[in-house]
Design a protein around this ligand. Structure first.
Ligand SMILES: Nc1ncnc2c1ncn2[C@@H]1O[C@H](COP(=O)(O)OP(=O)(O)OP(=O)(O)O)[C@@H](O)[C@H]1O
Length: 277
């Protein structure tokens, strides 16, 4: 019998050759990936690369079809996921779509502490209310506490959902495309808030999924680049984010610039091409 290694408590995510298959199709994998305390990861790749599938496994929402997945020092498949999930903060469009429009923002944030979506009690403890206001404040959203979710702009919703994800003081924060659907101002506001979070020594290990290098906040340390379910490159962000790796992942020639800690990508212009004759 092959001995299963015990989880390493210093690794929040420890995946070895994990693979997810559904209906005979490989969604992602095989992926071997480790996330340590204090690390801030970006998972990047084109549509359908398997980013959300990988993140859902990191959120203990799906188990690997094969391979070994350790999360927060526990073995996925052996641990009670109901006990694991409160230790993981998740913000995703799937969650956003389940929030009732008449939900009060403060209730939405506080109820994360009870593992539910929506008002849970008639009255909350003062400590819960204080914590909710503090987390909203860290995202620049404390003024929204008494508003209903349905009245918020897209950018405000994203910030409120990240505050909710932080409410339980998670050991691992997972953000699935937090800037999707935001205009330039909303994106920049969010990037600034996530930069503050990344630079806060008390912030949890974080994994941010995105399609766009422009959305990567300064302070993020590591990158995982996926294509068709497989890893193109992973490691320190500056080593992973190269024109060569992005060109391989997005199957076209990509030029990459870095300005003030931010990344900007565009297709390499080939003189004379696409010109009408
Ligand atoms: N239940 C399923 N059954 C079959 N295929 C699936 C299932 N769920 C996802 N897929 C496929 O798996 C692949 C990876 O999907 P995933 O959502 O993880 O990619 P992604 O990188 O997050 O994509 P996007 O950037 O478009 O959100 C896609 O081709 C998708 O169509």
């Amino acid at each position: 019998m092959v001995a299963v290694p015990e989880p390493d408590p210093d690794l929040l995510i420890d995946f070895a050759d994990v693979l997810i298959r559904r209906s005979g199709v490989t969604l992602v994998g095989p992926v071997t990936w480790q996330v340590e305390l204090d690390e801030k990861w970006v998972v990047l790749g084109p549509n359908g690369a398997g980013k959300t599938s990988l993140l859902r496994m990191a959120a203990a929402e799906v188990h690997p079809t094969s391979g070994r997945a350790h999360l927060l020092g526990e073995v996925l498949g052996r641990v009670d996921v109901q006990e694991l999930r409160p230790r993981i903060g998740l913000s995703s469009s799937a969650l956003a779509s389940r929030v009732p429009p008449d939900e009060k923002v403060s209730d939405l944030v506080i109820s994360a502490g009870y593992g539910v979506l929506g008002r849970w009690r008639e009255k909350y403890e003062k400590v819960d209310v204080t914590r909710a206001v503090d987390t909203l404040e860290s995202l620049g959203a404390e003024h929204l506490a008494d508003r209903t979710y349905g009245t918020l702009s897209e950018g405000e919703r994203k910030r409120v959902l990240i505050a909710r994800a932080l409410m339980t003081d998670p050991e691992l924060l997972l953000l699935d495309e937090p800037a999707a659907g935001l205009d330039l101002g909303g994106r920049e506001e969010l990037v600034a808030r996530l930069t503050d979070l990344a630079e806060d020594p008390d912030s949890p290990a974080t994994v941010l999924v995105t399609h766009h290098v422009e959305e990567i906040p300064p302070g993020f340390t590591h990158g995982l680049l996926l294509k068709e379910g497989e890893v193109v490159a992973q490691g320190l962000l500056e080593d992973v984010l190269t024109s060569e790796n992005l060109s391989a992942a997005f199957s076209q020639s990509i030029s990459l610039d870095r300005v003030d800690g931010r990344y900007f990508a565009r297709r390499t212009r080939v003189p004379g091409r696409h010109r009408s004759r």
